[in-house]
Design a protein around this ligand. Sequence first.
Ligand code: FES
Length: 72
Amino acid sequence: MYVCHCNVVTDRDILESIANGARCVADVARQTGAGRTCGNCISSLRDLVCQHCPVRAERAVERELGVAGAAR
Ligand code: FES
């Protein structure tokens, strides 16, 4: 599915970018080119990063469990 029509970037491209180390919308934009033209796709990029970024997911679990920073 195309997420960024201007730059022809798909959800797979974005997930691959996250798998390759992208941790925020700016990282994804740098790696894929998404979001750099009209900006209409930024909220979709943000949603994908929030849903799939392993660091963000880990922090969400820590917040839910109330253990942020406990293991570090
Ligand atoms: S749809 Fe992504 S920059 Fe326009």
